[in-house]
Design a protein around this ligand. Structure first.
Ligand SMILES: NC(=O)c1ccc[n+]([C@@H]2O[C@H](COP(=O)([O-])OP(=O)(O)OC[C@H]3O[C@@H](n4cnc5c(N)ncnc54)[C@H](OP(=O)(O)O)[C@@H]3O)[C@@H](O)[C@H]2O)c1
Length: 271
């Protein structure tokens, strides 16, 4: 039987990266509304402090494109405020540009922020969660993980890596008290979505998908509500908008089939 790792959020601590604005800000409100203490991470110290104060949480300024800052982030936050029960890897940057104009530095930064930093934060957080009896990881990915649009080559690749990384965690954590939720989102009106207009082929591609009815904007508050519900109920996926959920479900079929084929093979440390 499938194990459901539900979690009561009241009194839990939730670390949210990219908590200064956009979807991360909505997530901070939603988790705080569910009774959790929020620990917010982003570069904009003033915005973080202001939101943290408003929500009774804490602010931890850090640049996730800097591996040195990422390498100590979880112990640093836990030393300051205590154990993290839920890690929400939400921070991300877009890369809406002709690939022939992409610099080596930009390629590296997109990969650092969108994939390597979340993976490294999981690597730091999970053993600590296990020592305390469990926890939950939320990784915020994108439709770009399974649909390629012109102008988002580096972004799509980084999000595909994050989605597959999350599937890998599930396989590795089988039998352990660690839940995972993979969030795969279509357009959500934030600063990031506004960047679509900067690269005409991508803006045209988006308009075509809107016209075909395959894409519709989802308010960030709805995303946040669904993520909180998924953590509370131990759900493994949040896929929005629902009208295009069949795409990620199709992509997930080989992952799910593999998972079923591996039934009964637990983590080496599971009881
Ligand atoms: N909006 C969409 O349509 C959409 C669609 C699919 C997936 N997503 C995903 O949803 C997540 C949130 O996106 P959003 O739309 O809310 O974006 P956003 O409005 O641009 O906000 C991005 C957040 O990430 C933080 N961030 C960016 N670079 C950082 C860095 N180097 N170090 C630390 N924090 C950094 C930003 O804070 P600072 O600038 O203060 O550092 C900000 O809080 C991303 O992972 C994105 O890929 C968004």
């Amino acid at each position: 039987m499938r194990m459901i790792r539900s979690m009561e959020l009241r009194g839990k601590r939730v670390l949210i990266t990219g908590g200064s604005r956009g979807i991360g800000e909505a997530l901070a409100h939603a988790f705080a509304g569910a009774g959790a203490a929020v620990a917010l991470v982003a570069r904009s110290a003033a915005a973080l402090e202001s939101l943290a104060t408003q929500l009774g949480g804490t602010a931890h300024a850090a640049d996730l494109s800097d591996p040195a800052q990422v390498s100590t982030l979880i112990p640093r936050v836990e030393d300051q405020v205590g154990p993290i029960d839920v890690l929400v890897n939400n921070a991300g940057i877009d890369s809406t540009v002709d690939f022939t104009d992409v610099s080596d530095e930009h390629l590296r930064t997109v990969t650092e922020v969108n994939y390597l930093a979340p993976a490294e934060l999981c690597r730091q957080a999970v053993p600590r969660m296990l020592l305390r009896g469990g926890g939950h990881i939320v990784n915020v990915s994108s439709m770009g993980a399974y649909m390629a649009f012109p102008g988002c080559v580096a972004y799509a690749a980084s999000k595909a890596a994050l989605s597959q990384f999350t599937a890998g965690l599930r396989a590795d954590f089988r039998g352990l008290p660690i839940g995972t939720t993979l969030v795969e989102l279509g357009p959500v009106p934030t600063d990031m979505l506004a960047a679509v207009e900067e690269y005409p082929p991508m803006a045209m591609a988006f308009r075509r998908f809107y016209r075909m009815g395959l894409m519709v904007d989802v308010p960030r508050e709805k995303v946040a509500r669904e993520v909180v519900r998924a953590v509370t109920r131990g759900q493994r996926h949040v896929r929005l908008p629902r009208r295009s959920a069949s795409f990620p479900i199709l992509v997930a079929i080989p992952r799910r089939a593999t998972e079923l084929a591996l039934t009964g093979i637990p983590h080496q440390s599971a009881d």
